[in-house]
Design a protein. Sequence first.
Lengths: 526, 352
Amino acid sequence: MGGTTESYSAGITRRRLLETGLAGGAALALASCGSSTSASSSVSAKPRRGGRLRVGMITGGQAETVVPAKAVNLPDMMRLGQLYDELFVVNADVQTVPGLAESAEPDSTGKVWTIRIRQGVTFHSGKELTADDVIYTMRSWTSQSSFAYGLSGSQIDAAGLRKRDAYTIEVPLVRANARFPDLTTAYNQWIVPEGYKPGDKPDGTGPFVFESFTPGSNSLFRRNPNYWVSGLPYVDEFEVISSFTDEPSRFNALVGGEIDVLPSMQFSDAKAQLSADQVTLLQAQGTACSYFYMRVDKPPFTDVRVRQAMRLLVNRPQLVEEAFDGLGVVGNDLFGHHCPFYADDLIRQYDPEMAKSLLKSAGQENVALTLQTSPVVPGIVEAATVFVTQASQIGVKVNIVRDDPSQYFNTATLYLKMPFAQAYLNNVFSLQFAYGQTCIPNASFWETHWDDPKSVQLLYAANAAQDPATATSLWHQYQLQQFNQGGYIIWGENRLIDGVGKNIHGVSAGRQANLSNNNLKGAWIA
Amino acid sequence: MQSVSSEAIRNRGVGFRYLRQLARRQRQRHPLLWFTARRVAAGLLTLFVATVLIYAAVDVLPGNVASNVLGRNGSPAQLRALEHKLGLDRPLIVRYGDWLGGILHGSFGNSTTAIAQGSTHAPISKIISGPAVNSLILAGFTALLFIPLALLLGVLAGVRPGSARDHVISTTSLTIVGMPEFVTGTLLILVFFSELRLLPPVSLVEPGQTALADPNILVLPVATLLATTTAGATRMLRAGMAAEMRRNYVAMARLNGFSERRVVLRHALRNAMAPSVQIVAQMLQYLLGGIIIVESVFSYPGLGTTLVNAIDSRDATLVEAVALVLAAAYITINVIADLIVVFLVPKLRTTA
């Protein structure tokens, strides 16, 4: 990584990870793939203190909130990531590392985890972080109305959740999980003080302290002088400007110096910046991906040969070029590229001839399909259009239906009902997260309606395997099955691109999410 | 109502015919007052019809606030529960009646989206007060500038139709009028920001302040709106002026030896005033729609951006409140313009 202070993740060496005793996690760290490709925006200068860091985001309107359990749009994630911390975080190499938790150890069964909480951490109100706060927060995750329920909450046995001493808690799980901390790194799992209720003034342990918030417009925070990572943050104030309604004005604001940070830049703007060079681009090839999905319980996709044919007929480089403006790499129909245990050896070939013969043997030669698409994010509809052309080359006729964006992810109308449609996944921090959300019956993103009990058992076994070699083997088995029989056509992995002003340093891209998952605590203004 | 004998009616003069005569006498004595009263009543009726249309239009939009707030994670059961909590599963008439009742009591209600997100108190009046002031500033500056500018250009072009002066003014205004606001705005940004670095490309306002805090941010949005409204008004004023100059009395005045200046200012212009008022009113109404687009282009924190955001998040009550404010402004401009015209043209007071 670059020579800057990139917050505490730089301080976590492999030795530290071993010391913290993350069972299996140590092996994970050693098995991590190579060096990060995160780009840093500074070189060797000493960080300068002071100033206000302004982040520009597309508005979430009146739906914006500062309640951790309710955050759903991007400005909320940015805001809450500065006010609060999580127990564990995922670093730029997609490794789970300590956050507010110092360590976590499973028992031999993997069903009971002991989590040690960092000492000497205070909330903005001055109250010290203890096991009581963590228990209180985790208990709220186990409620079905919390967004955290589908992430880690449903895995926790709420009745047995207890504190062992002031800084140690015991977390019993519903089923064995060798890497439970992975699940706690996802969004909506920030630690709040005991007794916190929505509507209270935000009181977190994060690098910035709450000052003001106007939904759909603006929020202002100031530096936390008692932040538990000593020395950070450098800037005095942090502002999230979420009044932008469209990308061109947000981009203009960055170039004009009205904002300092622009998370998630549009492909066309990024492409132009590669030569125009008015701002610094932070780029990383990460775990985010874009895909088509087929419901395996709806004909003709019930026949695995048809599914395989659909995957083989896709010319992936062409899709990446059209949909991402070339800013991305091809996908191989598997989630979580760069995550621990990802099956690097499984590469999808482009074989339209084989696709044609598979369709013929399934009796579906020249089949006619309907693909539902919607401009929910840039690139999706373009990908659909290109796909139609590619399919027609082997005689498959695809009819496109454009749905309204507000219906496309609405479970009451279209979502999880459509037989052939598109989607994307960002913030994939672990394989168990990706497959747990997509390939278990009635999961949040159960798009393909994959319903194979043996497969689900295999997933649980892979999650439970503490021995690294066993885990690797089971995960490979699981991914091989998805690779061969699954309903996903994951054709591309979009590059994560953020823009910062030329005078902004201490910020870098990471594979896990934009801005290393909104990690701006080490940012400084030259 | 107690029955009154026909004798008593005749004797005491209480009856419809009497009332009609009374009314007619009042109208003759205070024609302006009556005209005003009728015009305002008609305006209120139009506003009421507008509320019905607005409410129905928002209801027809696909998707609702529940799916917007819960996002991709929301299960059908959660969606239904939230809809029920917000009262969205009640019939349209009931919801409309509720809302209208609130309006008549002077309350816009709470933001549907904010309530859906768990807020207990999110009064719309507080949400739109800041943006309303900002939009007023934007529209106000534009109006203050385009009215004299358009009048000047329109008269200059119209008094000598076909002249070189007229050609220049007419062609320029035609070109500008043909361009949509977002093209004009983007061109201005290109020139004044990208090339010259003179002005900011977006109009951001610090929380708690109005747009007047940093006048720089007003220049380009006002210029964009000014271009289109001035061009449009100029064209119509020029046409009106030119038509007026062709009238017989102008030729007569000239033949009588009146100076051109006197002909134009004291006679032609005064007669062109009444239609000019309507033209200015029309442009002001156009301005109400124009601010929505221009605010988006510059991310200017006014009612326009509030409305667009509200529609995006299916915030029904907020959309209705802003649409109602804009409709009321639109209708008010109409009514005032009519009143001014009647004031200027006495003949209309009694024949209207």
